[in-house]
Write a protein that binds this ligand. Sequence first.
Ligand code: COA
Ligand code: MG
Length: 298
Amino acid sequence: MIRNPDRPLRSRRSVLYVPASNKKAMAKLAALSCDAVIFDLEDAVAPGDKVAAREALRGHFSDTEATTHERIIRINPLSGEWGAEDFLAARACRPDAILLPKVNKHGDITDAEDALAETDAPNSIRLWAMIETPAGLLNSGSIAEMAGNPHSRLDCFVAGTNDLAKETGARIAPGRSVFVPWLMQIVAAARAVGIDALDGVWNDYRDSEGFASECTEAAAMGFDGKTLIHPSQIESANRAFSPSHEEIANARAIRAAFALVENRNKGVISLDGKMVERLHLDVAEKLLARHTTIGDAQ
Ligand code: COA
Ligand code: MG
């Protein structure tokens, strides 16, 4: 799939939520090595703190220069009590993206695209969507299709596992066996249109071993990264979603093998006793591009 130039490859291994009401935590973000930060105006901010959180967010964005990490603002649903005010506050901050919670249908994306167009928002302000309701899951294919429009700002799906558990009654347990079909559906819907997919959060942030194992599992599922709730989770996520030395060496070997004169016109070759097709060359090139992007971001 040819990448949309408005959607450059970005490293999104570690994406940290921070409540927009927590000024102290926001002040220390520059020192963290996460790839992206989601400033939350939604569930992490109590109803009585919404106004103060918007103010703190405006203050933070006006006080900080452009950062090495991407900055995303999660607003409340546009159709709800706080959505319109959140949207205006987020728009004024000119973040890299606005994250829409509880996206149920493709019309929710259209509404946000229209709201951004009405305020002449630059194309650099993108949209991310949380898939975290039963309707959102069932409609994830048609929601993702919105990104097929060349003018669409939709760049990324974020799995909302806590809300999915709440809405369905399914329980989150180590290994997440009951969630796997839904998580893979989110990955497939995102991949069908070439956008990114991020896994949900691990709540028990003191259990670093359990978290590391869930990161490994999420990387194997094809997710680009994991959403995080605590700075202590950043390093593990960065490690799990970076290609290993072995994967990089293997990808380089595949590239070198297909570059040999005798293999240039071949569809399939043998490398170290294994069948390697041109599709594996595509996979290798993608992995090497990802490796370069991660290096550039550090
Ligand atoms: N982003 C940035 N910094 C954070 C942070 C976060 N998400 N979570 C904690 N920190 C900072 C704290 O401010 C504290 O800094 P300090 O040492 O300068 O005081 C340090 O990391 C250690 O924090 P700790 O005491 O271990 O945690 P806590 O009890 O202060 O907070 C949570 C625990 C879960 C309340 C907090 O991590 C949090 O709010 N996480 C994000 C929740 C969220 O946004 N949820 C919505 C999406 S699911
Ligand atoms: Mg949620």
